[in-house]
Ligand binder design. Structure first.
Ligand code: AMP
Length: 418
C-alpha cells in the first residue's frame, strides 16, 4: 500500500471546493449545502478518487468522510451520464444509510442522478418496493449487506456496469459479522472498478479485506485518536451508585436542548431512561430491542428536536449525524478506547461547540486512562457537588481493570475525599 501522510483532523489550508473543478451542477449542490472548504480527509481523498485510484481511508465520523467519497464519485457520474447502477455504497446500519442518502440528495440536487436505499424492513411491502426500484434502475445504491444480498440472490440486480464500490464504516461491518456477505457482494461486481474503503479504525482484518478487494490502494490516515476541536471534555470520578444522582443533577442544573446519554448495556439504558422520566424532559431510549420503525421514529424526533434526551447503547456511537447535539454523557466508560472518540464525536460536529462528560466508576479508571493515552490528552476531572458525598481517588495505573483490591459494593471501600 502506498502511504500518503498522517494528518491531524483539524488541519486545512486555504483550498476551497472550487479548486477541485467539479462539474457545474455538482458544484451548485455543494454550494447550496454550504460547503466551502474541504476537511483534511476530503482534501486528501478527493484528488486521488478523481484520478480513479483505489483508496483506503482511516477516518472517523465527523471528519467529513462521507463527502470525501460522495463528491468525486458523483462527479464521475455527472461526467459519464448513463442509466446503469454505477455506484454501490455498503454500510453497517440503516441509520447510516439514511444519513448518506440525505447528503447524496443535497449534493445531487442539480443533477439527474438517482439513488435508492436498501435496508432492513422484513415486511413484504418494503421488500417489493425495493425490488421494483432496483428493477426500474438507479444510479446509486446505498445498502446494508444482508438486505442487498437477499436482492442479489434473486437475480434481478444488474451490477455489470458498476464503476465505484464503496464500503463505509468497514470496521463496524466486520464487527457485525458481515465479512462473508461483503465478499459475496464483491463476487457480483465487475473486475474493473474503483474500490473505496472507509473505516474508523484499521485493525489487521481491515487490511486483509483491503487486500482481497482492492488494487494498490492509496492509504489516507486522518488521526483517529483525536477528538474534534470545539468539544469541552470533562470526567467525573465517582462511585457507581453516584452515577444516577449525578446525571439527574446535571439535567436539573442546566436545561439542555439536545443530549445523548451513552451506556454500555441495554439494561442500564432501560433503567436510566425510566428514572429520568420524572424530569421535565422529553426522553427516549434507543437500543437493539426496538424494531426498525421504532428506532427510525425516535431518531426522527430527536433530529427534529422534539426529543431532548436520547439514552442509547453503542448502536448510535458511530456513523450517526445529528446536528446541534449540545452534550454527550458517557454514563459508562466505553470498553474500546476508540468508541470514546466516536461517542464524543456526536457533539461539536463540523466545528460546532459541544461538551462531553464521562462518568468513571471505580472499575473503569484503568480504561479511562487508556482513553487518555489514545487521545493524547488528560481530561479535566470535575468535582461532584458537595451534597453527593466523597468520591474515589483517580488512579488509572492502580490495579487491573475490575480487579482492584479491597473493593466493596459499588466499588466502594473506605471512602476518601477527592
Ligand atoms: P461525516 O464525517 O461525513 O459524517 O460529516 C460530518 C458532518 O460534517 C456532516 O453533517 C457534514 O454535512 C458536515 N461536513 C462535512 N464536510 C464538510 C465541509 N467541508 N464543510 C462543512 N460541513 C461539512
Amino acid at each position: 500500500m502506498q502511504k500518503l501522510k498522517d494528518n491531524h483532523i483539524n488541519s486545512t489550508d486555504n483550498l476551497t471546493f472550487k479548486d477541485f473543478n467539479f462539474q457545474e451542477q455538482l458544484q451548485e449542490g455543494i454550494s447550496a449545502m454550504g460547503f466551502e472548504q474541504p476537511t483534511p480527509v476530503q482534501e486528501q481523498a478527493i484528488p486521488s478518487i478523481l484520478e480513479g485510484k483505489d483508496v483506503i481511508a482511516c477516518a472517523q465520523t465527523g471528519t467529513g468522510k462521507t463527502a470525501a467519497y460522495l463528491l468525486p464519485t458523483l462527479n464521475d457520474l455527472v461526467k459519464n451520464r448513463n442509466e446503469n447502477i454505477s455506484t454501490l455504497i455498503i454500510v453497517p446500519t440503516r441509520e447510516l444509510a439514511v444519513q448518506i442518502d440525505q447528503q447524496l440528495e443535497g449534493f445531487s440536487y442539480f443533477t439527474s442522478i438517482s439513488s435508492i436505499t436498501i435496508y432492513g424492513g422484513s415486511d413484504g411491502a418494503t421488500f417489493d418496493r425495493q425490488k421494483s426500484a432496483l428493477k426500474k434502475g438507479t444510479n446509486i445504491i446505498v445498502a446494508t449487506p444482508g438486505k442487498l444480498m437477499s436482492h442479489l440472490n434473486l437475480g434481478y440486480v444488474n451490477l455489470d456496469n458498476l464503476r465505484h464500490f464503496i464500503l463505509d464504516e468497514a470496521d463496524r461491518m466486520l464487527d457485525m459479522g458481515f465479512f462473508d456477505d461483503i465478499m459475496r457482494i464483491s463476487s457480483y461486481l465487475p473486475k474493473k472498478k474503483q474500490t473505496l474503503l472507509f473505516s474508523a479504525t484499521m485493525p489487521p482484518k481491515i487490511r486483509q479485506l483491503a487486500k482481497n478487494i482492492q488494487e494498490e490502494p492509496l492509504e489516507i490516515n486522518i488521526a483517529v485518536s483525536k477528538t474534534a476541536k470545539g468539544i469541552l471534555q470533562a470526567a467525573f470520578v465517582l462511585f457507581d451508585d453516584q452515577k444516577l444522582p449525578l446525571l439527574e443533577h446535571l439535567l436539573k442544573a442546566k436545561k439542555v436542548g439536545s443530549l445523548i446519554v451513552f451506556c454500555a448495556r441495554k439494561v442500564t439504558v432501560k433503567e436510566i431512561s425510566k428514572a429520568l422520566d420524572k424530569l421535565d424532559y422529553d426522553i427516549a431510549a434507543i437500543h437493539s430491542d426496538l424494531d426498525q420503525s421504532e428506532r427510525e421514529d425516535i431518531m426522527r424526533r430527536f433530529r427534529n428536536k422534539q426529543l431532548q434526551v436520547l439514552v442509547a447503547t453503542d448502536i448510535l456511537s458511530r456513523g450517526i449525524d445529528v446536528d446541534g447535539i449540545e452534550l454527550v454523557i458517557n454514563y459508562d466508560v466505553p470498553n474500546d478506547a476508540e468508541d470514546y472518540v466516536h461517542r464524543v464525536g456526536r457533539t461539536a460536529r463540523a466545528d460546532k461547540k459541544g461538551a462531553a462528560f464521562t462518568f468513571i466508576g471505580p472499575k473503569e479508571q484503568r480504561s479511562f486512562g487508556q482513553i487518555e493515552t489514545l487521545i493524547g490528552e488528560e481530561i479535566t476531572k470535575a468535582k461532584l457537588p458537595e451534597h453527593m458525598g466523597e468520591t474515589p481517588t483517580y488512579n488509572p495505573n492502580n490495579g487491573r481493570n475490575g480487579k482492584s483490591r479491597n473493593k466493596g459494593r459499588n466499588g466502594r471501600k473506605g471512602r476518601r475525599k477527592s
